[in-house]
Design a binder for this molecule. Sequence first.
Ligand code: ADP
Ligand code: MG
Length: 644
Amino acid sequence: MDQDKLSILKSCFGYTSFRPGQEAVIDALLAGRDALAVMPTGAGKSLCYQIPALLLEGITVIISPLISLMKDQVNALEDAEIPAAYLNSSLSPDEYSDTIFRAVQGDIKILYIAPERLQRGLPPQLVEAQEIAMVVIDEAHCISQWGHDFRPSYLYITDFIRQLPKRPITAAFTATATGKVREDIMSILDLEEPYTIITGFNRENLYFEVQRPKDKFQALMEILRSRKNKSGIIYCSTRKSVEEISRTLSDRGFAATRYHAGLDDGERHRNQDDFIYDRKTIMVATNAFGMGIDKSNVSFVIHYNMPKNIESYYQEAGRAGRDGEAADCILLYSPQDVRINQFLIHNGQDDEAEKDEARIEHNLELLKAMTFYATSPDCLRSRLLGYFGETAPHYCGNCSNCNTVFEDIDITIPAQKIISCVYRIEQQGRRFGKAMIVNILRGSKLEKIKTLALDKLSTYGIMADMDAHRIRTMLDYLVEQKYLAVSADEYPVVYLVPKSKEIIVEKQPLSMKLPKEQKRKTEQPLREEETYTGTAGTGFGSDESGRTSGAGLGRRSQSARSDYGPSSALEPGDEGLFTRLKELRTRLAQEAHVPPYIIFSDASLRDMCRKRPVNREQFLQVSGVGSVKLDKYGEVFISLIADT
Ligand code: ADP
Ligand code: MG
């Protein structure tokens, strides 16, 4: 064979070396073994099966959950002149039979297929004419009910494989899989002694931050202000807030668009394309947006609301920085995000299965872990990695907690006050949620407090001199440390547990890490166009805590991270060339009707700025340039570089 994995890596994909894990998976598949690979977003899973697919005799079938993802991958392969195609509901009957015909002829090596389409089986003439050498299940977590994107049609994959005349190599890939989900993948797909690889989940180029703003919209404006011209996604939990925020951003001159399941197909596609083709830099969306969208230059992902579990969060946030460049993942947390999620878990969304007891319990546990992430003073990266079962150092230096000055604070007395308050409430035969407890401790004048005579409690107002946010942080900590418990029903209430005694009876000393109380920055006067008066929240009212920024107090300056993460930033003086390269790429992409990143990634353009190739040989050295891209694009790019 004149082609081997390394020559294909260079000639078809333009890369000179494998990323961690890729080669081992490729070797296992080429040796005929099944495989299960859990690798983070952006790790390069596609190459792990595309390269073997080109080397194995016969066709490789790839099951992929989203039409946009298939289209993207096939576009990219076709641009490198690799014989690939897809079968899904977007094809007309003619296109469908044409694709089948090409496949029967042996003109297709890589065939993407939607699970729903596969459920109806492949045409017999195809299975007779060509050997299916390998079946690849991309986004394999979709097969598990315990995953976050369960797709019932994935369950039919096993039947499909069993019906084939010869059992193909079976390979499953996913970015997020907890132990339970991994077991499901193995057993449902019937993987035979698979080569299993779980590369670290860590994505070094991502910066993680949690803010607890008093006014989320204002916080959002601040974040966006320092990221002009950068591409990013803002995730909201409801369609309504997507509408409000995208409209307000557009009114203020941001190039923003929107995406949620309530829009008609036409608009969804248009908006998605505007974002992918860089015509709009900001996408405001619900979680309906993004799975399988391989836009490599997303430089920030902001969560306007906290998602319901860490798996979803990490997957959504992980859409930032796929190109390996430094990128930011910022969560804007408020306590009502927790309540909304609890409500959604209890009332099921549209899915009946969501309502069974065990599942509700399970989902509430996942929500708890997410809430701890949002409220913890620990290294955020180590929290995330810990959740996926990885041990990580307690300090990463690239998250808002590591960059915040924390101090060990003695909270013995405040803890006694908080727990005593819960005790007094229980004495009255009542239980309340966290927000109410904070209100009582601060001596709130709420109507409800008067009517229930809670202002007569001996603990009413005993923490009036402390900021609500700080009390809440301590209360959260007491729950996390199990000195108090929270019920798991729809309106969760706080109650005493045997361990509470250690604080109020045994008077045990207690301390916790809290952000150093800094002198509040003199409030920056809002500029006129940034005074926001709408209710771009969730429609559930505003945050009851009284702070502009909590866990995210120590915001890192933009320059502080330059010594961290990848060193692929532009040299000063290269911006002009970079812009012109981007313009050329956009023009070529328009001519070919593909997104710009299908032609070259930003990383490739940056490498061109660095290497400034003047001939074909040098152009081939650029990362992402293989022989096909060299022939197609070499000349125009080389002459542009020479002219600049
Ligand atoms: P995943 O499916 O794991 O999220 P992809 O397969 O979409 O990731 O790859 C992410 C990006 O990394 C793509 O732009 C791809 O071209 C690039 N890539 C993959 N393998 C390599 C490699 N060995 N060297 C450089 N870039 C790579
Ligand atoms: Mg992928």
